[in-house]
Design a protein around this ligand. Structure first.
Ligand code: F58
Length: 830
């Protein structure tokens, strides 16, 4: 075997640092053509758009490569702390524009391609966004890694490289159908596989004790394993030369090809094992309504977390690193409970593999994790049955039991032998089946626990985790979410960005509080006019996008009323539909003269979980109402309902800059934060919203005059529940509500068929868990205030400007500073 020194390269070029191509149009053209010829294997004259897109992506990558390699090398040399963000989801959106912007290449690339006879817009349109997330939680992770790179914080985002991301949504007869999202089918120019850095991840089997030089120890004897192969993606900071890494794991079978079985002719059996293993990273959150689905999901969680911890310990830390110093070098941030199995995994590594004492290992583990909770709905708090967990990860279950024993002792010491309390706080729940409560495990293990908006963090302390907050008040903190201004203002809204830069200078992109400077222009007629022109242009741009994909348009002069978010009962898309039906009914029944109606386009974007029946009824209803309203000449030019299918990050980037009104109408106390609300306010939409999640902070910042508040407050919601909520009472008492519901129930939107929306109607009348009927009256009043406000365009534009000016707080850069100060205590490395 050659020695290391023999392997060391001697050619001078091999020793020189990697250099970026010259940052000039010529340099770009040369590298682009090189990539087209040598990587895609085509000549410019014979290349198609996909070849060109791949070569363009490759060229952008080449510019970022030198910094990326440097920053990776630095990661193990440096003494400072790395933020390891553990998230099962990253809803990234398209990469090309973001990376061009970060590397200051947008103009150069546009000109270079033009010189090759290519319109860069044609290539932009080809990119399939990596939809490796469901919604807010996944998108938040993507915003956070963008900000961390921009702030030069050493970070590794760890996650899963799903072969299929969030499903593609189509509508058939107004109903959602799901199609697989084969996002990798045209190649994946933004990631690099590293099979040499693969980790073996084990499952199943049993544990055994053994004698280790007189000390009794435990080890895990697993039954099967898979390979976790990392795929690295670049996460470039904005204009700062930093390139962090997003490392996504793909599952590959270890003994994929069983030659013996294959030779014996059983080809099917030989690939079965492979299929089984590779299913782990096959799809984003497969259905978890079946036991098989649940198991797969736990496999996914352990798979990516175990691979990430091993990767950090073995590959990122320098050889021989003293693991007692681990908390000085890393913080593992748990993005919700999905990665919480990392807690017993780190304990297993430290105790079983590294031979550390339990107490020492626990002290380290507690300092290395922090936990972010993203929900308030009890049914969304993840639990794993002890049966399943014990079967899949027997050693981890033992470790969890031991953590729980020690923890419950601490509870007893602190609060006495209160058996009720012990039962309530135990990491192991007994009903309806014996299970591990992952949020509790995260809370016990984490150095900090945070909610994602002030109200949410308060409710965590007061309700969901109240006993824990009593025990460890100092553990609990808040970090209000944020969104990246690069993607959601600079890139999505180029015209507003130009206006802001011309008015305030360029610094706002990394210092969003500077938008405050716009307040001074809110009363400036010339600025207002330009601002209004930008909004109008954005609406026309959206209209062109919708025309091209669905053949629908947005009429001039319409107020664009936008509700874009996952479909969920607590978010109350139904309340929005009831408003539309009511407005429609008012006109067609002649109670409101049509010419008095402020023209509005209602735009929805929402996917429903494939197994969520009620959410699918709601989608059907929105489409059914849209079809009737849009075809009725009596409301033509006044009311229009648009529901483009397959709402995703790319579509959001066209909708948000065009919106006038942002619908944030969840039942108070149910939406943890919301982030779409921030993006819309930042782009000059006024919010109509309840006092929920981050709406509370948006309203405080933009001011009551520039926000349409309605609905019960969280304490009022609690009070109404306590007194016994009867939705039918509201139906009987409110004539407008009764008419709207009766219209749907009578089949006005289902060709006279009363059965179609019956489940939805009876759910509203007799259950209505999210109290849409109770808030209906107040919502309609608020919508009347919206119409009146919109009629005074000058005042409306003023309010819109103030929304932009006062939304700087909602930058994810600020959120990252808060995490750094309150939780991570990591510092930039320049
Ligand atoms: C969302 N959660 C919250 N979960 O609902 C939203 O209020 C908040 O702004 C956002 O997180 C970021 O903090 C969320 O998106 C999920 O997508 C779950 C993923 C796992 C399956 C169930 C949904």
């Amino acid at each position: 075997t050659p020695s290391a020194s023999e392997l060391r390269p001697t050619h001078p070029l091999a020793l020189a640092p990697v250099a970026a191509p010259p940052a000039s149009v010529d340099g770009f053209v040369r590298r682009f053509l090189q990539n087209l010829n040598f990587d895609q294997g085509v000549a410019l004259s014979t290349s198609d758009d996909n070849d060109r897109y791949l070569a363009l992506a490759g060229t952008v990558r080449d510019y970022l490569m030198a910094r990326w390699l440097d920053d990776q090398a630095q990661q193990s040399r440096q003494q400072s702390k790395t933020v390891c963000y553990l998230s099962a989801e990253y809803l990234l959106g398209r990469q090309l524009d973001n990376n061009l912007l970060a590397a200051r290449l947008t103009e150069i690339a546009t000109e270079a391609l033009a010189q090759c006879g290519i319109d860069i817009d044609d290539l932009r349109a080809l990119e399939i966004e990596p939809g490796l997330g469901n919604g807010g939680l996944g998108r938040l992770a993507a915003c956070f890694i963008d900000s961390l790179a921009t702030m030069s914080i050493p970070t590794i985002g760890y996650g899963i490289r799903y072969e299929y991301g969030i499903f593609r949504q189509a509508f058939a007869d107004g109903q959602q159908v799901e199609q697989p999202d084969a996002w990798l089918r045209l190649g994946s120019p933004w990631d690099f596989p590293h099979p040499e850095a693969a980790q073996t991840i084990s499952f199943g089997g049993r544990t055994e004790t053994y004698d280790d030089d007189g000390v009794e120890r435990t080890r895990w004897v697993p039954e099967w394993n898979v390979l976790a192969v990392p795929y690295n993606m670049m996460v470039p900071g904005y204009h700062n030369g930093r390139v962090n890494t997003l490392r996504l794991w793909r599952a590959v079978a270890t003994n994929a090809f069983d030659l013996h079985t294959f030779n014996s002719g059983d080809y099917v059996a030989s690939v079965r094992a492979q299929t089984f293993a590779e299913n782990i990273s096959k799809v984003l959150y497969p259905e978890d309504s079946t036991p098989q689905g649940k198991e797969l999901r736990l496999q996914q969680q352990y798979f990516f977390v175990a691979a990430s911890i091993a990767d950090f310990v073995e590959h990122v830390l320098p050889d021989g690193f003293d693991l007692t110093k681990l908390p000085e070098r890393v913080i593992f941030q748990l993005n919700d409970t999905h990665p919480v199995i990392g807690v017993p995994e780190l304990m297993r590594v430290l105790v079983d593999e590294k031979g550390m004492e339990w107490d020492a290992a626990w002290a380290i583990t507690q300092k290395c994790f922090a936990y972010t909770c993203h929900t308030l709905l009890p049914e969304a708090l993840e639990v794993w049955s002890v049966d399943l967990l014990g079967r899949l990860l027997p050693r981890h279950l033992e470790i969890i039991y031991r953590i729980n024993d020690a923890f419950l002792l601490e509870v007893r010491e602190r609060f006495g032998d209160d058996e009720m309390l012990i039962r309530d706080m135990s990491i192991i729940g007994e009903h309806p089946f014996r299970s591990v409560r992952m949020a509790y495990l995260a809370t016990v293990a984490g150095s900090k626990v945070n909610g994602v908006a002030e109200l949410h963090s308060q409710l965590l302390r007061d309700n969901v985790l109240k006993d824990f907050a009593r025990m460890w008040p100092e553990k609990f903190t808040n970090v209000t979410n944020g969104v990246t201004p690069r993607r959601f203002l600079r890139l999505a809204n180029p015209e507003l960005s130009t206006l802001i830069t011309e008015t305030l200078g360029a610094g706002w992109t990394v210092d969003l509080e500077r938008l405050r400077g716009l307040e001074a222009y809110a009363d400036d007629p010339e600025f207002r006019e330009r601002f209004a022109a930008v909004k109008a242009a954005n609406k026309r741009r959206l209209s062109r996008v919708l025309a091209a994909r669905d053949g629908t348009t947005i009429d001039d002069g319409h107020l664009l009323d936008v509700m874009i978010k996952r479909l969920h009962e607590y978010k109350r898309q139904t309340l929005k539909v009831l408003h539309i039906v009511s407005a429609y009914d008012e006109i067609v029944s002649g109670r409101v003269p049509v010419e008095k109606v402020q023209p509005r386009t209602f735009l929805f974007g929402a996917k429903a979980a494939p197994g969520y029946a009620m959410a699918k009824h709601i989608i059907h209803l929105i489409n059914a109402v849209g079809e009737v309203v849009n075809a009725d000449p009596r409301v033509e030019g006044r009311l229009k309902v648009l529901y483009p299918s397959n709402y995703n990050v790319t579509l959001a980037e066209s909708i948000i800059p065009a919106a006038d009104l942002s619908e944030q109408i969840s039942l108070a106390g149910k939406e943890a934060s919301g982030t779409g609300n921030m993006k819309l306010a930042l782009n000059g939409a006024l919010t109509i919203g309840t006092d929920d999640g981050a709406n509370v902070e948006i309203r405080q910042l933009v001011g009551d005059d520039n926000f349409f508040l309605f609905g019960m407050s969280e304490p009022e919601v609690e009070a109404l529940w306590a007194e016994g909520y009867r939705p039918a009472d509201f139906y009987h008492e409110d004539e407008r509500l009764r008419r709207a519901i009766d219209l749907i129930a009578a089949g006005a939107f289902s060709g006279g068929d009363r059965s179609v929306f019956e489940p939805l109607i009876s759910n509203l009348l007799y259950d209505d868990r999210f109290m849409a009927l109770a808030d209906f009256g107040s919502y309609l009043d608020a919508q009347e205030r919206v119409d009146a406000a919109y009629a005074d365009q000058d005042a409306w534009v003023r309010s819109a400007i103030l929304n932009v000016a006062r939304s700087g707080f909602f930058s994810s850069d600020r959120a990252m500073r808060d995490y750094l100060d309150r939780i991570w205590h990591a510092t930039p490395v320049h």
